[in-house]
Ligand binder design. Sequence first.
Ligand SMILES: Nc1ncnc2c1ncn2[C@@H]1O[C@H](COP(=O)(O)OP(=O)(O)OP(=O)(O)O)[C@@H](O)[C@H]1O
Ligand SMILES: [Mg+2]
Length: 353
Amino acid sequence: MIILGIESSCDETAASILEDGKLLSNVVVSQIDIFKSYGGVIPEVAARSHLEAILPVIDKAFQDANLLKDGESDWDKIDYIAVTHTPGLLGSLLIGTLTARTLAILRNKPLYAVHHLKSHIYSNWLDTNEAPVFPLISLVISGGHTQIIYMPEHNHFEIIGTTLDDAVGECFDKVAKILGLPYPGGPSVAQSAKSGNSEKYRFPHPTVEGLNFSFSGLKTAVLRAVQKECGVDISFPSHELKNLLTKEQISDFSASFQKTAIDILLEKLSHALREHPDVKTLVFAGGVSANAELRRLAGIFFAGSTLKIHFPEPKFSGDNAAMVAMACYYEIKSDVKPIDPYSLDISPRSEII
Ligand SMILES: Nc1ncnc2c1ncn2[C@@H]1O[C@H](COP(=O)(O)OP(=O)(O)OP(=O)(O)O)[C@@H](O)[C@H]1O
Ligand SMILES: [Mg+2]
């Protein structure tokens, strides 16, 4: 079974080919360099960049997979097409879904519309010797989402916790802006935190009931602490704060913020595990799961328990199409039927359906 995956939900244009769960190719063209100078993604620019990149990226996926006939992409080899249909930036999603629909119609292939968060979870099945065992709990931590999801088996998802406001990745990005660190914020904060003292500043943990999260207060707490450290009041332009901070202060703020964010995530996870004692594996997913300190502290936090902890390969943490193809592979194995390419609904939704 050979699946072509296509992903374009935010600022990565990606295509991948998967044969029976084994990766044949994985092409990702990132728009990071375009958006570095803006300090964030501009949706219209992202959509135009997807439009330019998508067909060459798909061609490259065929080349890397060595699926060529007379030097051209060999479409006869493809059994299914899978595409991210929601959630994401509307213009960006449109490029991927229109491309996939058109190819499905022209090449007469069954089309699967895959939820983006489901794909992030399935990044844990890529290039691994030890696939996660069910039942599992997945913590999806990305630029737009922070969710705890219970999975009793393949393709069954129960959202048991979610953020009430900002996502944790978004919080990393906003704190990076306050500290004057470059886009994308998560990796910059993580890098700066390496030489910082994580005990230097104390930030409160939000008091959100149950398994839900809130990260907007943490971002504001960092802002207030930076203002206090710089000796300015709240009317001082936040984009100028960076000029008043030393490199050492930036590192200490990065490390203290990162530690607080990780502690909040791990505390909620232990709460979720207490409520679901049947869980055998804890699966991290999404861009923030690339964070090395999170990986280290999660290992320490859950050391001594029988729980298996699974992180995706860092190269599969962010957006890519290999995870889309893998999620599709398990949809097909779970007997999910393809969709009508003429009627694909891409209205952005966050819940996994
Ligand atoms: N090492 C890291 N530490 C912390 N955060 C990180 C790291 N690497 C990436 N991130 C964060 O991950 C996020 C991007 O992840 P991802 O690509 O999964 O999100 P998205 O696709 O934009 O959002 P969503 O998946 O919710 O639609 C950004 O917020 C980025 O700052
Ligand atoms: Mg994503």
